[in-house]
Design a protein around this ligand. Structure first.
Ligand code: HEM
Length: 210
């Protein structure tokens, strides 16, 4: 986990500095833009969670790290419903399709690296909790409740849940090759989420309905 944090710090900086992420951080975002971003994250999670489930017997690390709480589609469904849309009706943007294809490639070539993809999404809850607070007033939603449940899934337990995730990852004892693959997949997931953020922002600026 120390390697993951150190060796993805630059990718984190890049992702959190995207215009969409900055708007989320300031709570300065329309309901439509927020909804469109969650819609793309729904498809990203659907692909990752399906791949993780399919590959769960490939490496004992999945059994140690993956918990029920890592299935995030129900929260995204609740939030999207609250925002007036259904995930099935949302088209994938180009960056999301590319991210889904990359997940499939990782699942085929080196499934254990999917845990690097999971790391990025699970770790992002650390920042999202702050974003939820910033968004609550602007969007008239409550952190942890439908509409803002994806961004604040654990409430007061956030720190404990994250500590447990780190402990579990370290307990697996990945060898150096596996660690390199996990870090590579984490880089890809950070860059993909940055690209998705830009795609959603561009589509919104152009006035397109995603
Ligand atoms: C405005 C946007 C964002 C803010 C303000 C933010 C902020 C934070 C903060 C405060 C932490 C906790 C650092 C610590 O306690 O050590 C964190 C951790 C993390 N964030 Fe973000 N973040 C943002 C966007 C993102 C995005 C878009 C992603 C994913 C693509 C992401 C992935 C992560 C990960 C993986 C960690 C865990 C790092 C580690 O301890 O290993 N963040 N973020």
């Amino acid at each position: 986990m120390a390697r993951l944090k150190d060796e993805t710090a630059q990718q984190h900086r890049h992702a959190e500095s995207r215009p969409l992420q900055r708007s989320l951080g300031k709570g300065d975002i329309s309901r439509e833009l927020y909804r469109d971003y969650l819609g793309q994250l729904y498809h990203l999670h659907a692909a990752l969670e399906e791949a993780v489930q399919r590959c769960s017997d490939c490496h004992r690390g999945f059994g140690i790290v993956i918990k029920q709480q890592h299935a995030r589609q129900p929260q995204l469904c609740d939030d999207l419903t609250e925002l007036g849309t259904q995930p099935q009706t949302i088209m994938l943007l180009e960056a999301t399709s590319a991210a889904v294809a990359r997940i499939e490639e990782i699942a085929q070539c080196q499934p254990v690296a999917l845990l690097g993809s999971v790391y990025v999404l699970e770790g992002s809850n650390n920042g999202s909790k702050f974003l939820a607070r910033a968004l609550a007033g602007r969007l008239g939603l409550a952190p942890g409740r439908p509409g803002l449940s994806y961004f604040d899934p654990y409430g007061d337990q956030q720190r404990d849940v994250w500590m447990q995730f780190k402990t579990d990852m370290d307990a697996v004892g990945f060898d150096a090759t596996e660690q390199d693959a996990i870090i590579g997949a984490a880089h890809a997931m950070f860059d993909d989420i940055a690209a998705i953020s830009d795609d959603v922002h561009r589509a919104d600026t152009a006035g397109a309905t995603v």
